[in-house]
Design a protein around this ligand. Structure first.
Ligand code: NIG
Ligand code: FE
Length: 402
């Protein structure tokens, strides 16, 4: 039983209520065996905690450890050449014809062993952890055969044993149609996506099921078939929706009680209302918006009006968002999407946790939650959104992730 007090802190609990950021100027946190026993103003520290060992952090800022609720950090190869080609004027289609695009990542991922995928993913994971992240969602989706999807998920699971991090996995075989099934999306769903999901579930490899609902990927009807199977296996669902066009994917996902719908640049108010009614979190991904030089903005005003919860995440992947910094993502969410620094930080803590179904466990600093905490060389939480390319993390405190 370890009992300790963190004191001498500016405490941004990110709890909703009176103060912006849940900010308490001279705060303290009592930690009992990896859980928060008490938090508040040091002056109000209850008598029973007075004797616990206390560490003073010299007025540093404290927030919940960060949550990156949408990543593709397990993959093979990279697409720098494609980036170069696009800057030289090649279109996305030309890049694809030249062997680039998602297909090139699929070939590289299939060619790599599980061990090699783990090694490569650790570089990206370490970059995230160095910025105070403690929970990372990781998707499959670059294998696109049953065995290669399972290999990706096994690699993702292994990360948890190698680093102090909580990993949540999403089965994303419905990410793209592999070359061998081109024009036969439904056959691919029947022969790979559905049996692979069953196998992933049987091995305990999938915490959720995801998909890419888009003209270049799967229709809402096809995703409905995938989600029906997920429901029959008791797996929660989420969806890449309304990234490049409005197919009503978010509304369809909400009708399945989706945990989140992600991207959402082309989301309309009907879709927003459906998400609000279902409690589906909007995961905004400014890294993909930036990299693809999108001009269509996610509907912030409508999301706010309908009180849809908003998370932000890196979408770290080799193509549309080669971004392994959640702090930069928070900055982009403000500068590009006009989120407030408080909304963006909540998006990378409290709402990111909610998007992963972890709202009762992590994401805010309050009694009963896990003591997963980031301590920063900063005075005010807006500093985390304001700086670019600067990491003020002092240290991260995290439990055993059991
Ligand atoms: O989240 N939108 C679909 N999938 C990924 C990108 C995949 C890739 O380009 O490799 C995304 O943006
Ligand atoms: Fe993604």
């Amino acid at each position: 039983m370890t009992q300790s007090i963190i004191s001498g802190i500016r405490l941004a609990s990110m709890c909703e209520g009176a103060a912006p950021y849940g900010l308490i100027e001279n705060g303290a946190i009592a930690i009992n065996d990896g859980r928060i026993a008490w938090s508040g103003a040091l002056n109000d520290l209850p008598e029973p905690y007075a004797g616990w060992e206390r560490t003073d952090f010299g007025r540093r800022l404290v927030t919940p450890a960060l949550v990156d609720c949408h990543t593709h950090i397990v993959f093979g190869g990279n697409r720098a050449k494609e980036f170069e080609m696009r800057l030289e004027g090649a279109s996305y289609e030309e890049v694809a014809r030249a062997g680039g695009g998602i297909v090139s990542t699929v070939s590289a991922t299939r060619a790599m062993s599980e061990d090699a995928l783990v090694e490569d993913a650790l570089k990206r994971l370490d970059a995230l952890l160095a910025e105070g992240v403690a929970t990372v969602e990781v998707k499959s989706g670059y294998g696109l055969t049953v065995e290669d999807e399972l290999k990706m998920l096994r690699a993702a699971r292994r990360l948890e044993a190698l680093r102090p991090v909580r990993i949540k996995t999403s089965y994303l075989a419905a990410h793209a149609v592999p070359a061998e099934y081109r024009g036969k999306e439904d056959v691919y769903i029947d022969e790979v996506v559905l049996p692979g999901m069953e196998a992933a579930q049987a091995e305990g490899l999938a915490d959720a099921v995801d998909g890419f609902c888009e003209g270049i990927a799967f229709s809402p009807e096809q995703m409905g078939r995938v989600f029906d199977k997920a429901k029959s296996l008791d797996l929660p669902v989420k969806l890449h929706a309304e990234q490049l066009s409005n197919l009503g994917g978010a509304k369809m996902a909400a009708s399945y009680g989706a945990m989140s719908a992600d991207h959402l640049e082309y989301l309309d108010e009907d879709g927003v209302a459906a998400m609000a009614a279902a409690g589906t979190v909007a995961v905004l991904l400014p890294g993909a918006f930036y990299t693809l030089r999108e001009t269509q903005y996610p509907p912030l005003a409508a999301l706010r009006k309908h009180r849809v919860r908003m998370a932000v995440a890196t979408d770290c992947n080799p193509g549309s968002s080669p971004l392994a910094s959640l702090l930069l993502t928070i900055n982009m969410a403000c500068t590009l999407f006009r989120m407030t620094p408080e909304e963006a930080l909540a998006g990378a803590t409290r709402e990111g946790a909610r998007a992963l179904g972890l709202a009762d466990e992590i994401g805010t600093i309050e009694p009963g939650k896990r003591a997963e905490i980031a301590i920063w060389d900063a005075e005010h939480p807006a500093e985390l959104a304001y700086r670019i390319g600067f990491n003020p993390l002092h240290c991260r405190i995290a439990g055993d992730f059991a």
